[in-house]
Design a protein around this ligand. Structure first.
Ligand SMILES: Cc1ncc(COP(=O)(O)O)c(C=O)c1O
Length: 491
């Protein structure tokens, strides 16, 4: 057998350079094309599957394949996406991407290091530690959350993973059988909190009210402190191990009052040392770079952990959740395990951070690079400008909605999020959303939440400003579209 019998056909450096340049061009062209593309195509289930071969290629396409790959990106992939980077994407919370963020992803992939241990790539760990300390300062977190004290931060993929890690640490600290422990959070908390309770073995399912204590919200959307205290009771031997405060709820951007949490824990007669306080600021937390948006952080010094997703509003390309703990030992005590094959001198000496002890998976890529690139490119000023622009545009949009008597804004705007509806009611508002999204020029999403003093469950259309490329003209265009869709719905 010849020496090349098992040549897999790796890409040559020259071909990588050529195709890499071509794909960077492709991405830049794609971003430019977003002005014109509908935000959502009219893909039917199975359309993409039909366009793809049913089995993997047997013979290598090699360097000749790349023309076809790029053609398929244009023909099969791009037309069948929801364009999250579109400047007319106002649904859910936009997931920011940015040039510096994408380049950080690219370099991370190119380096291809696994930073599971400090020793498996020291720069991966130390860059991440420094970035999390920078971000703690930028977002005005207490010093206690920095690695220079007993705390520190880590990049998780998502806020959901952060919630799992917080709960696992809380469970360990509380002690006892997981089935004797509960989580308390707002009825408006993100579903990832209930999911964390399921993953961590506390709850049977999302409806398990013994182990997932949902707290009613008041007119402002914050947890009602009286009901919070009630929900912290020990019921049938089950006691809360973690209370989650949400800063910026997913539905309406409401803020829990953090100060109410330690008070309720004390009033319920629980040992504060055995109840973990986690603050989920996945979306709104990015706004804390602006001093004028830090009001809801009052009481943050009571938190044991905090998470913020720069991949939502902080210009860092998905995925990037920043997760800080006040006591890193509490986290690593819950998640550390060292099989022989991972032992090394630096770890044994206790001289380093091994981030595999701060997360569920072992392996981890170098996500800190994209954070570093974004922070250096934009600086704090650029990040503040991005947030302020989003808030200003949302405020303008809100004023236009309020001025049109067919519409109402039943809950106050929160930062870049406006929740509105047709006065004609839930059905009409639902039809408006469908009509809008069918037209395809803008994308919005919806929620159903208790509203006002009566807390009647109400259908709301959510308009979230914050996509990287959104400018005033896109918001103006969106409002024109919404009015035209309302004309069609109301006749
Ligand atoms: C307040 C809040 N927490 C958690 C999440 C979940 O985020 P992730 O996708 O990072 O798990 C979201 C998502 O929108 C959110 O709004």
């Amino acid at each position: 057998m010849g020496a090349d019998a098992h040549n897999p056909g790796h890409m040559s450096p020259d071909a990588f350079r050529r195709e890499g340049h071509r794909l960077i061009d492709w991405i830049a062209d794609y971003w430019e094309s977003l002005e014109e593309r509908p935000v959502v195509g009219d893909t039917k289930p199975g359309d993409v599957l039909k366009a793809l071969p049913t089995s993997a290629p047997e013979s290598p396409g090699g360097e000749r394949e790349w023309d076809d790959i790029v053609r398929d990106l244009d023909a099969v992939i791009a037309p069948n996406l929801t364009h999250w980077q579109s400047p007319r994407f106002f649904a859910y919370f936009p997931c920011n991407g940015s040039g510096p963020g994408v380049l950080g992803e690219l370099v991370s992939a190119g380096l291809g290091v696994n930073g599971m241990l400090w020793s498996t790539s020291p720069a991966a760990t130390e860059l991440e530690t420094r970035m999390l300390d920078w971000c703690a300062d930028l977002h005005a977190l207490p010093e206690a959350f920095k690695s220079t004290g007993a705390g520190g931060g880590v990049i998780q993929g998502t806020a959901s993973e952060a919630a799992v890690c917080a709960l696992v640490a809380a469970r360990k600290r509380a002690g006892g059988d997981p089935r004797t422990l509960a989580v308390a959070c707002s009825e408006q908390a993100h579903s990832s909190i209930a999911k964390a309770a399921m993953v961590a073995g506390l709850a049977d399912g999302p409806e398990d009210a013994t182990h997932i204590r949902l707290v009613r919200t008041g007119p402002e959307g914050a947890m009602d402190p009286v009901h919070l205290r009630e929900q912290l009771r020990t019921i049938d031997g089950v006691r809360p191990a973690m209370v989650v405060g949400t800063l910026g709820t997913t539905s309406t951007g409401a803020f829990d009052r953090i100060d109410d949490i330690p008070r309720a824990i004390a009033d319920a007669g629980l040992d504060r040392e055995r109840v973990w306080v986690h603050i989920d600021a996945a979306w709104a937390g990015s706004a804390f770079v602006c001093p004028e948006h830090r009001g809801p952080m009052a009481g943050i010094e009571h938190a044991d952990s905090v998470c913020i997703n720069p991949h939502k509003w902080g210009l860092v390309t998905f995925d990037c959740d920043l997760f800080w703990v006040r006591d890193r030992r509490a986290l690593t005590d819950a998640l550390s395990i060292t099989p022989e094959y991972l032992r090394n001198e630096a770890t044994d000496a206790g001289a380093v951070i091994d981030y595999r002890d701060w997360q569920v998976p072992l392996g981890r890529r170098m996500r800190a690079l994209k954070l570093w690139f974004v922070l250096r490119h934009y600086g704090a000023q650029g990040l503040r400008a991005h947030i302020r622009r989003g808030v200003e545009l949302a405020a303008a949009f809100e004023s236009w909605v309020r001025a049109d008597e067919r519409f109402e804004v039943p809950v106050d705007r929160s930062l870049g999020l406006v929740c509105f509806r047709l006065r004609a009611g839930d059905d009409a508002s639902e039809r408006l959303l469908r009509e809008l999204n069918r037209r395809g020029r803008v994308l919005v999403s919806h929620t159903r939440v208790p509203v006002g003093e009566g807390r009647a469950e109400t259908y709301l259309i959510r308009f979230a400003v914050g996509a990287t490329l959104t400018e005033r003209r896109h918001v103006v265009e969106a409002w024109d579209e919404i009015r035209a869709a309302a004309d069609a719905v109301l006749g």
